[in-house]
Write a protein that binds this ligand. Structure first.
Ligand code: GLA
Length: 373
């Protein structure tokens, strides 16, 4: 933790997340099912009298400092400090008073691995500033504000899933989120009781053109919705998919639409199974989601496909890429006593292909953003 001259007023923790299923559905007003990870970002904070913000991070030798000018308009602070300045900007833009503060950041959420290190940073900073400033901002309204920081201040056109996950998840549960209405259901997901584990494989594949590809997938979906005369692809029911596809010209746009529509249905089917306590049975849905991302949405890379195939061959009930794609992580649903064997199988497959050795985490649903005692 960055050194303070005096003790901080408090510490706030925000988790990373994995998404169990529902990829690239959030910005199509659809459904997602993430859960919070035990990996987390902690922000220690204290008021700063001059009305400015000073931010130190374990990961950087150089503190970032900014004042009212830099948060008067988006984009004036760049690099990792933009996520912090973006939160200050979004709070002020929503009419809240944000006191000057010193912030010190420590995190064990790996950066750039698709586990939402940026949403964790935004959520922890937001919680700290809201508490320090005595701002009245209920948890349900925080994800949109953190998303604005990322969309408008940082300039990344992401959906609502990551911020909603890290702010609204609950320990022991997955978060079934309707991204249009922001209605949530906390679906019990007790892996340990079922003798199961979720093994997260960090592919360590470099994110290749991830930003541009993400924006282009989003643009294709919006174009398709317009051509189909619906507000968003969420409005195409699975039963009406063939008819919708017949109205579109071109194989690529049809495949993009098929991914989103079938993925929304897989989320609904997964939730049904979890409500019935049938965790093992969601495996085939996870694997089908992966095939759809690989073949229809075309957002996987060889390291990711290799991890999924090796995990399945080693006995995983299901496996899929999680997150935005073009690198990042795979999750595999495995018997708890098989997680080492599955990890070894993935490591061996990577060595055989000459890839960087992957990293592994065991994921069980952890608490959302909160103030530490
Ligand atoms: C990234 C974005 C999310 C979501 C996922 C894909 O994580 O931040 O909003 O679109 O990709 O499901």
């Amino acid at each position: 933790m960055h050194r303070y001259g005096e003790p901080p007023a408090g510490r706030w923790a925000a988790p990373g997340r994995v998404n169990l299923i529902g990829e690239h559905t959030d910005y199509n007003d659809g459904f997602v099912l993430p859960f919070a990870l035990p990996l987390r970002t902690v922000v220690a904070a204290a008021p700063q009298d001059d009305g400015r913000w000073t931010v130190g991070s374990e990961l950087s030798d150089c503190p970032v400092e900014f004042g009212a000018d830099e948060v008067a308009a988006p984009g004036r602070v760049t690099g990792w400090g933009a996520y912090v300045a973006g939160v200050v900007w979004a709070l002020r833009d929503a009419g809240h008073h944000v006191p000057g503060a010193r912030l010190a950041i420590a995190s064990d959420v790996p950066l750039g691995s698709g586990l939402s290190s940026s949403a964790a940073l935004e959520a922890a900073v937001l919680a700290a500033l809201v508490d320090l400033g005595g701002v009245d901002l209920p948890a349900e309204r925080r994800p949109r504000l953190a998303q604005r920081a990322e969309n408008t201040y940082v300039g990344a056109p992401t959906g609502i899933m990551d911020q909603a996950a890290v702010i609204r998840c609950r320990a022991g549960h997955a978060l079934f989120l309707d991204c249009r209405t922001e209605a949530v259901e906390h679906v019990p997901f007790d892996l340990a009781a079922a003798g199961l584990a979720v093994l997260v494989v960090d592919s360590r594949a470099p994110h290749r053109h991830a930003d541009g590809e993400y924006a282009s997938r989003r643009a294709s979906c919006e174009q398709a919705a317009e051509l189909l005369g619906v507000a968003a692809l969420r409005d195409v029911p699975a039963a009406g998919l063939d008819e919708a596809l017949a109205r579109l010209d071109g194989d690529e746009i049809r495949r993009r639409v098929r991914h989103v529509v079938t993925e929304d249905q897989r989320v609904l089917d997964t939730v049904e199974l979890l409500r019935a306590g049938r965790i093992r049975d969601i495996g085939p849905l996870l694997t089908a989601s992966h095939a759809s991302m690989r073949d229809d949405f075309e957002i996987t890379v060889p390291e990711i496909d290799t991890a999924v195939e090796a995990a399945l061959a080693a006995g995983a009930y299901g496996a899929r890429m999680t997150g935005g794609g073009f690198g990042g992580c795979v999750l595999a649903l495995v018997d708890a006593d098989r997680s080492d064997a599955v990890a070894d199988a993935v490591t061996t497959a990577y060595a055989g292909r000459g890839f960087h050795a992957p990293n592994f985490h065991l994921a069980a649903p952890a608490p959302a953003t909160h103030r530490l005692p």
